[in-house]
Design a protein around this ligand. Structure first.
Ligand SMILES: [Zn+2]
Length: 89
């Protein structure tokens, strides 16, 4: 293998490592946001869509759910528990 091939392989490995790092950081940020939202007062679904109010909707997926691997809610293949939380007023 010549030097160009090694250089390309190393660049691809660095790019893959960077992508994996960014994905992990994004998941960590999502987990921190979910923990914060769940710490807010929970409200019933009937109060979740009050005009002028901010509601945080939390989906708790099953361990096997594809969303937990991809970070994309559209990939959900479970029946998540859903809770609604309101910022303190
Ligand atoms: Zn799910």
């Amino acid at each position: 293998m010549n030097r160009n091939h090694k250089t390309i392989r190393r660049a691809k490995a660095r790019a893959a490592a960077k992508a994996a790092r960014e994905k992990a950081q994004a998941l960590d940020a999502g987990q921190r946001l979910a923990a914060w939202a769940k710490s807010l007062p929970e409200i019933p679904i009937g109060d979740a869509f009050t005009p002028g109010k901010v509601t945080h909707v939390c989906f708790s997926h099953d361990d096997h759910c594809r969303t937990l691997q991809t970070g994309n809610g559209a990939d959900c293949n479970c029946s998540p528990d859903i809770s609604y939380h309101r910022d303190s007023e």
